[in-house]
Design a binder for this molecule. Structure first.
Ligand code: 5GP
Ligand code: ZN
Length: 141
């Protein structure tokens, strides 16, 4: 897609620190390394976000994730964990609108990454939770 920075990276029209490539995906270092080895995995096909995936594309992209995760673990044996993150749409902090999965190696609780869920186990009643589940279930194809 014209004017998409990640399409240009996939086409190698602009440089990147590539870590993996095959016919379906391209993986490269995030320009802003939240932690050492922070990698982005993108489908070669331009899709903006998860809502544009079909099952085949999802299988193509997600099937490559374990081998890249294991490569990170081997490259950086001091790594003690890995967060995978996929932001979809601006409100959810997506800033590049070519879908991508962040692989963020974790080395310490003090590194510059955090996810804070808090405890919301009492927020909704059982009947409200059942309504949510029913509403979603009715929409799954
Ligand atoms: P998002 O905020 O959409 O989930 O993540 C987009 C990521 O792309 C950011 O972490 C940002 O640092 C990274 N990024 C943006 N432009 C470039 C670029 O030109 N090259 C690389 N390697 N990463 C980029
Ligand atoms: Zn693109």
């Amino acid at each position: 897609m014209d004017n998409c920075i990640f399409c240009k990276i996939v086409a190698q029209e602009i440089p990147s620190y590539k870590v993996y490539e095959d016919d379906k995906v391209y993986a490269f270092l995030d320009i802003s390394q939240v932690t050492k080895g922070h990698t982005l995995v993108v489908p070669k096909q331009h899709v903006a976000d998860i809502f544009e995936y079909d099952e085949t594309l999802a299988a193509d992209v997600f099937s490559r994730i374990p081998k890249i995760a294991k490569a990170l673990e081997k490259a950086f044996p001091e790594m003690e964990g890995l967060n995978m993150l996929n932001n979809n749409k601006e409100l959810a902090y997506q800033s590049v609108f070519h879908s991508h999965i962040h692989l963020i190696p974790r080395y310490s609780k003090k590194d510059d990454f955090s996810i804070h869920f808090g405890d919301h186990t009492k927020k909704y009643s059982p009947s409200e939770l059942q309504q949510f589940a029913d509403a979603i279930k009715a929409q799954v194809d």
